[in-house]
Ligand binder design. Structure first.
Ligand SMILES: Cc1cc2nc3c(=O)[nH]c(=O)nc-3n(C[C@H](O)[C@H](O)[C@H](O)COP(=O)(O)OP(=O)(O)OC[C@H]3O[C@@H](n4cnc5c(N)ncnc54)[C@H](O)[C@@H]3O)c2cc1C
Length: 486
């Protein structure tokens, strides 16, 4: 975005104010963690954060605020392509309202609003409405710049193994270089997809990449010009992909919806208040399951703007109660059978979302059988229901993966899950905008405490050695009994 002179001044003033806020908060605090030399003589990192989307950026700032500065933050994507915003997200605006403080970590000047007013003026703010998706991405890029967060783009975590000092992580850089990093703690902020698979109806699986695409793929919408398209689902991504197809010149789009009705109430939105954020992790596993399962069963409606965007077009229709039961190739087309009848289309887009499945995370694969899930925690309850919530990891109060069998994988305490997969343990504080700062704060405090307590002996010795004299011994005339002696 090219800024006008007023905006340049506005942004300069805001950045000066932020520098002052940070100075007043004594940021960055003095580093305090133990220095450890690895096998090659280099310093072991305190934390490696994988993923520099909104969650990774927020949690890195939270950790830096705790004085943990031997920190690396990597993302496999190129600068500006982190997360879904500038890649496969196809909505015009965010669903979240613009006033949320999101990743601001309690600093008013770090909010989206402060940035938007500085760059566009306060009158632009009053008429903004929902946040355009790419404007949100610009804000995240500014956030990382103004806080000097040390993002290393084009760097992917490929595998992890336990080591004497914590974990050995294999990184692959975009230029093909490989690097082994020893870190004491690993935070997986790899987004929803990081530990999830796209939901693909089995009957459509053989047609993937030919006539069928999942909405998270890089779809060539130009090629849909003049074509008949089926979009599966009625969630946000289904509706926005359908609208994108129509806007790209598709001849006709049919939404094929398994459910008999379109949901209208976003239950998780009603669960976004401080009591829920703080209290959810304190609930019993059974009660947590009850909340999550109920909210999911009510499904999340597509945003009103997206529905209006799609249905203002006349060449769109929707079949409710129409799960796909079969798919057969018919020349270059696909004939889909549904319980409401058959339909022949040129292309199918799956707006079916993702389901959490830790097998999707390469880095966790060697440890999968050792990680405690909610199926373990719930002790057989709901076990016959094939319920997705059961596969969610059962995390500690600091977001650490935990051992299924005590003592079988102690290294798991060094791996922290900071993505939507944390939702069954912590509520939705690691996946979406509303409570991301609460989640980052909770994780950073937990991890900070973990680093300290694991080094209790070292900190004990440092406490014994600590000698910063407050009294110099010349304050009370004639007294020579000082401890320690002069
Ligand atoms: C279409 C769409 C619309 C959405 N709209 C909203 C909304 O309005 N409001 C809202 O609150 N949420 C919304 N969300 C949810 C949104 O995904 C999250 O709010 C946000 O992106 C979560 O941030 P994150 O950092 O957890 O994940 P992401 O933004 O997905 O970031 C994860 C990062 O991890 C990186 N990564 C993954 N694996 C590796 C690896 N092995 N090595 C290195 N890097 C890796 C990825 O490149 C990525 O940049 C939307 C999601 C989608 C898909």
């Amino acid at each position: 975005m090219a800024l006008k002179p007023d905006s340049i001044n506005g942004l300069k003033n805001l950045e000066t104010a932020i520098a002052r806020d940070l100075e007043l908060l004594c940021y960055p605090p003095k580093p305090w963690t133990r220095e450890i030399l690895g096998r090659d003589g280099s310093l072991v990192s305190d934390v490696l954060i994988v993923g520099a989307g909104m969650a990774g950026l927020t949690v890195s700032f939270a950790l830096l605020r705790q004085g943990i500065n031997r920190l690396r933050l990597i993302d496999r994507a190129k600068v500006g392509e982190e997360g879904p915003w500038a890649t496969y997200a196809r909505m015009l605006t965010l669903r979240s309202p613009n006033h949320l403080s999101g990743p601001a970590m309690g600093l008013p000047n770090l909010t989206f609003r402060a940035w938007y007013e500085a760059t566009h003026g306060s009158s632009a703010w009053s008429s903004l409405g929902k946040i355009p998706r790419l404007v949100w991405m610009e804000y995240l890029l500014w956030y990382r710049r103004v806080l000097s967060l040390p993002v290393e783009n084009g760097t992917r975590l490929s595998s992890v193994k336990p080591s004497v000092h914590g974990l050995e992580c294999r990184l692959i850089h975009n230029d093909g270089r490989e690097e082994i990093v020893t870190t004491r703690k690993l935070v997986l902020a790899t987004g929803r997809e990081g530990q999830a698979h796209p939901r693909i109806p089995e009957v459509l699986r053989p047609h993937l990449g030919k006539t069928v695409w999942h909405a998270s793929e890089d779809i060539n919408f130009e090629s849909l010009k003049g074509k008949n398209v089926a979009v599966v689902g009625v969630a946000a991504s289904a509706v926005d992909n359908a609208a994108t197809a129509i806007e790209a010149g598709a001849n006709h789009v049919t939404l094929l919806v398994r459910a008999n009705a379109v949901p209208r109430v976003n239950k998780p939105k009603g669960a976004s208040f401080p009591g829920f954020v703080e209290g959810f992790p304190k609930l019993t596993p059974t009660m947590r399951f009850k909340f999550m399962d109920y909210m999911a069963s009510k499904r999340i409606p597509p945003p009103r703007d997206s529905v209006q965007r799609l249905f203002k077009n006349s060449n769109v229709n929707m079949w409710l109660g129409a799960p796909i039961t079969g798919a057969e190739t018919n020349g270059e087309q696909l004939c889909l059978s549904t319980s409401k009848g058959n339909i022949t289309v040129d292309a199918v887009i799956l707006g079916t979302g993702f389901y959490i499945d830790m097998t999707a995370a390469d880095e966790l694969r060697p440890f999968l059988s050792k990680i405690m899930t909610h199926a373990d925690l719930l002790n057989g309850e709901h076990i016959n229901e094939n319920n997705e919530w059961l596969t969610f990891p059962a995390l500690s109060s600091s977001f650490q993966y935990q051992e299924r069998i005590k003592g079988s994988a102690p290294y798991l305490r060094n791996i922290y899950c900071f993505s939507y997969a944390a939702a069954m343990s912590h509520g939705n504080v690691a996946g979406d905008i509303p409570a991301i700062s609460d989640g980052a704060d909770r994780l950073s405090r937990g991890l900070t405490g973990d680093l300290f307590s694991e080094d209790a002996e070292f900190h004990w010795k440092s406490t014994c050695k600590y000698e910063d004299f407050e009294l110099l011994g010349d304050e009370i005339p004639g007294i020579s009994d000082w401890d320690p002696p002069l």
